[in-house]
Design a protein around this ligand. Structure first.
Ligand code: G1P
Length: 218
């Protein structure tokens, strides 16, 4: 954020400025604007021209995964083995299947599942498994053609899951069960769990945070 960086510079907050610059120097960041809220699939379709004919990763920032090897790095390693689209999945309790895209799979080996079918937010009784898509995907560029064909759902949104289900008819699609602990910050309680987890583990604030919680009279 150039505005933030300038503000920090002008107000002499050089230590903070350095932290911010260290992040922005890691990668080149380009922004695409989704002009209307027409769903995740539509947002990805907005990037078509920019991405071109390359495989790419999608990260939904409200899903946070704490793991020794970063979740996306695990998925890229799998992609190097199988060269097909890969959906990051994790097991969820039955009562939560209606919040996620759910994977029906035919075979599983080394945490890799061959996707047979996908269902977006099924009712508990219709869910084919408990393997839920969490917000990490590696997709082949073939997805763009499918996203252009997908019919909007009842809310007028273009669902990525529907496009992947179509892609899966012509290309192999795998699901990879990522190692690590997932926090769904799209729900308020998931967000609070993440704050608790990362607060306790924080190198400088963790001890004080823990003492504060232990002192609570609840
Ligand atoms: C989206 C996807 C869903 C996926 C979820 C992961 O849903 O449509 O398939 O399981 O992200 O967080 P949303 O959370 O946008 O409702």
């Amino acid at each position: 954020s150039i505005e933030l960086e300038l503000l920090l510079k002008n107000t002499g907050k050089l230590e903070l400025l350095e932290q911010v610059e260290n992040i922005s120097n890691l990668v080149d960041i380009h922004y695409m604007r989704q002009k209307e809220p027409l769903g995740l699939g539509h947002a990805i379709l907005c990037t078509k021209k920019f991405i071109g004919n390359e495989p790419f990763a999608v990260l939904l920032p409200d899903d946070i995964i704490d793991s020794e090897v970063p979740a996306l790095q695990q998925m890229i390693a799998k992609y190097e083995e199988v060269h097909s689209s890969i959906l990051g999945v994790n097991e969820v309790p039955s009562e939560d299947v209606n919040k996620y895209g759910i994977v029906d799979y035919s075979a599983a080996e080394n945490n890799l599942y061959s996707v047979k079918r996908l269902v977006e937010k099924p009712a508990v009784e219709d869910a084919p498994s408990n393997q839920a898509i969490v917000g990490r995907y590696i997709l082949t560029p073939g997805i763009f053609e499918e996203l252009e064909k997908v019919q909007p759902d009842a809310k007028g949104e273009i669902q990525l899951t529907d496009a992947i289900a179509m892609l899966q008819k012509t290309e192999q699609v795998e699901a990879y069960r990522m190692k690590g602990q997932t926090f769904d910050c799209g729900s308020k309680i998931g967000y609070l769990k993440a704050v608790l987890h990362y607060g306790l583990a924080h190198p400088t604030l963790g001890a004080e945070f823990k003492a504060m919680i232990q002192a609570l009279d609840v």
